[in-house]
Design a protein around this ligand. Sequence first.
Ligand SMILES: [Zn+2]
Length: 283
Amino acid sequence: MFNYFLLILSAINATSIKKMNIKRFLSVALLVALLSLLPQLLFAKTEKDKITVVLDPGHGGKDFGACENGAKEKDINLAVAKKLRSLIECELSDVKVVMTRNEDTYLTLQQRADVANSNKGDLFMSIHVNSIDKKTKGREYTHGSSVYVLGLHRDQDNMKVAMRENAVIELESDYKEKYSGFDPSKDESYIIFEMAQKRNLGESIRIASDAQNELVTTAGRSNRGVRQAGFWVLWATSMPAVLVELDFICNKEAVNFMLSDKGVDKLAHSLLNSIKKFVERRR
Ligand SMILES: [Zn+2]
């Protein structure tokens, strides 16, 4: 802005300033200052024009998520989401970030979706850490990232992940009425997801693929691929939506990475890069 000011001011040469009286000079200076602001006023994006990205750190409060190896899933999710928020705010001026939670607070799945829908989100990204059934052999060696979009479970493993993430619904005493008869432990409940989010599925898959590639290349996670499963939050949000499983809490090495500053930074940068690509498509 100051450059514009100088440019216009330099157009008024010293001789003409001498000829003006002080009152007239101040009026001209004010006009010049207003003119120099014009480009900013014309091209500045208002809050309304911004792309809204809703970040959803999974679990929180009395809902710990998966817990193992000295780590709580809810804390890792929040640390990565907060880092991602600050990266977006620094690097993407035309993006507004909305967080479903900023602290260690409990939210129902429906409340998370309500935050995304009422803020008219353009993208919903839910952040989680994966785990495996405690009876599964070799679970301590299981590792890698996967990014989910809404869909029918293609295999038992995807179904189990969705069931685990949806199970928080059971913490609500009246969940059967509230969630329209949805029972997170019954496979047939997931059939309702079949037609949902169809119009957003293409974009959701694009974001999921970019995030998955970035988690492998930028954060060095092993690739468990883009998957489909019936997550309540993905169904209840009316925008492109993905659910990220950063890595496994049952794997000590993965936990150490996710708890470290370097790990949080790399994971957040991976997700940032996928959001940058999404924003480019929207511009
Ligand atoms: Zn989770």
